[in-house]
Design a protein around this ligand. Structure first.
Ligand SMILES: Cc1cc2nc3c(=O)[nH]c(=O)nc-3n(C[C@H](O)[C@H](O)[C@H](O)COP(=O)(O)O)c2cc1C
Length: 360
C-alpha cells in the first residue's frame, strides 16, 4: 500500500509524494495578474517539498473573479505572467497546477480583510451571473442575473480558452473549480438552480454546465496531463447536494474524460450548521466516492498531522492529501512530516541549498 512519501502517477505526470498545496486565494493580484507575492507564496511551497502546488481559483473571465484581487487568465498576457511561476515550481521538483474558476453569484466581493461582502456597482462592483436569480444571501445579497444559454456557452468556452493559456504557461495539472458555491456548484445544487430548461431540474440537467465545460476543456487540454475537478460533495443543507448525488456526478464526469476528483464540501449557502468538523472529516466521503465512482481522489480539510495524512493514503481513502492552512503555517510541512514519520533521508525534502546545513 503506498504511503504519503510514495510517488503518485496520473496520466503522464508523477508527483514526488502525496502532499499537495491546496489552491488558496491570496487576493493579491493586480487586474488578474499574479504578482511577486504569488511567485514567493507558491515558490516557497515548491521549495518546501510538496508534490503538487496548485494556484488559487483563477478567473476565466474578469467577472468570474471572486474579488478584485483574484488572479485571472482571460488574456494571453495573464498566461505569460504565470510562466515565471510554473518554471520555478518545476525547477524545485514540484508539479505546477492551476484551478480555473468562475465565481458566479459569489463574484464581485471585497477581499476578506476588507469585509468579504458584495461590492455594490457604485463602488466598482460588476454584474453577477448565476444559474437562476437566487442570491447567495448573508454578506453576498446581490441577486445574480440568470444566465442565458448564450452566457452559459460563452462561459464554457472561456474555461477552454483559459485551459489553453494555462498549458502555454507551463501548467501540468488542471483543476476545474466545481465546488464552494461558485458558478458550477451553483448549477449543480438544487438550492441555487431553479431553472426549467435543460440546465435545471434533473441531476443530468443540473450537471449539464459542468459536463459541457469539461467537454470543452477536454478538447484542448492534452490527454497526457491530469484534468481534475474540485467538488463540494455535500451541501450539508436540506434539499442540497448529497454524497450520493456527487458520486453520480463523478461517474458522469469520469465518462466525460475527467481523471480525478478533488473532494471538498459546502459553501453554496450561508450559515450551514451541519458540517461535522473534526480532523480529516472528509476522508470517509472521499473513500466512498473513490471506490463507488472508480476514480482517483484527493482530499482536504483539517488534515493536520503527518500520521493522519499517511493513514488517509495508506487506507486508500484518497490518492493524496490537499493541505491549505497547515501549508500557510509551515511551508516546509513535507520535511517536518518526513521527520515525524521517521523517514529515511528527510533532507531530500529540502532544496540542495538548505539540505546539508538545515537538517536535524
Ligand atoms: C486563504 C484561503 C484561500 C482559499 N482559497 C481557495 C481557492 O482559491 N480555491 C479552493 O478550492 N479552495 C480554497 N480554499 C480552501 C482550501 O483549498 C482548503 O480546501 C480548505 O482550507 C481546507 O483545508 P485545510 O483544513 O487544510 O485548510 C482556501 C482556503 C484558505 C485558507
Amino acid at each position: 500500500m503506498p504511503g504519503l512519501f510514495d510517488e503518485f502517477r496520473l496520466k503522464g505526470v508523477t508527483l514526488r509524494n502525496r502532499i499537495a498545496v491546496s489552491p488558496m486565494c491570496q487576493y493579491s493580484a493586480i487586474d488578474g495578474m499574479p504578482t511577486d507575492w504569488h511567485f514567493v507564496h507558491l515558490g516557497a511551497r515548491a521549495v518546501g517539498g510538496a508534490g503538487l502546488v496548485c494556484v488559487e481559483a483563477t478567473g476565466v473571465t474578469p467577472a468570474g473573479r471572486i474579488s478584485p484581487g483574484c488572479t485571472g487568465i482571460w488574456s494571453d498576457a495573464h498566461g505569460h505572467a504565470f510562466a515565471r511561476i510554473t518554471k520555478f515550481v518545476k525547477g524545485q521538483g514540484a508539479v505546477p497546477g492551476i484551478q480555473l474558476a468562475h465565481a458566479g453569484r459569489k463574484a464581485s466581493a471585497q477581499r476578506p480583510w476588507e469585509g468579504d461582502a458584495h461590492i455594490p456597482p457604485e463602488q466598482g462592483g460588476w454584474e453577477i451571473l448565476g444559474p437562476s436569480a437566487v442570491a447567495f444571501g448573508g454578506n453576498l445579497p446581490i441577486v445574480p442575473r440568470a444566465m442565458t444559454k448564450a452566457d452559459i456557452h460563452a462561459t464554457s468556452v472561456a474555461f477552454a480558452d483559459a485551459a489553453e493559456r494555462a498549458l502555454e504557461a507551463g501548467f501540468e495539472w488542471l483543476e476545474l473549480h466545481f465546488a464552494h458555491g461558485y458558478l458550477a456548484h451553483s448549477f449543480f445544487s438544487p438550492l441555487s438552480n431553479v431553472r426549467t430548461d435543460e440546465y435545471g431540474g434533473s441531476m443530468v440537467n443540473r450537471a449539464r454546465f459542468l459536463t459541457e465545460t469539461l467537454a470543452a476543456v477536454r478538447k484542448v487540454w492534452p490527454d497526457h496531463l491530469p484534468l481534475t475537478a474540485r467538488l463540494s460533495v455535500e451541501d450539508y443543507a436540506p434539499g442540497g447536494v448529497t454524497l450520493d448525488d456527487s458520486i453520480a456526478l463523478a461517474k458522469l464526469l469520469k465518462a466525460g474524460g475527467l481523471d480525478m476528483i478533488d473532494v471538498s464540501m459546502g459553501f453554496n449557502v450561508p450559515d450551514v450548521s451541519g458540517i461535522p468538523w473534526a480532523p480529516g472529516f472528509l476522508a470517509p466521503a472521499s473513500e466512498r466516492l473513490r471506490r463507488e465512482a472508480g476514480i482517483p481522489t484527493s482530499v482536504g480539510w483539517l488534515i493536520l498531522e503527518a500520521q493522519q495524512a499517511d493513514d488517509i493514503v495508506r487506507r486508500e481513502q484518497a490518492d493524496f492529501v490537499m493541505l491549505a492552512r497547515e501549508m500557510l503555517r509551515d511551508p516546509n510541512w513535507p520535511y517536518h512530516a518526513a521527520l515525524a514519520l521517521s523517514r529515511d533521508n528527510p533532507q531530500s525534502l529540502l532544496p540542495v541549498q538548505y539540505a546539508r546545513v538545515a537538517r536535524r
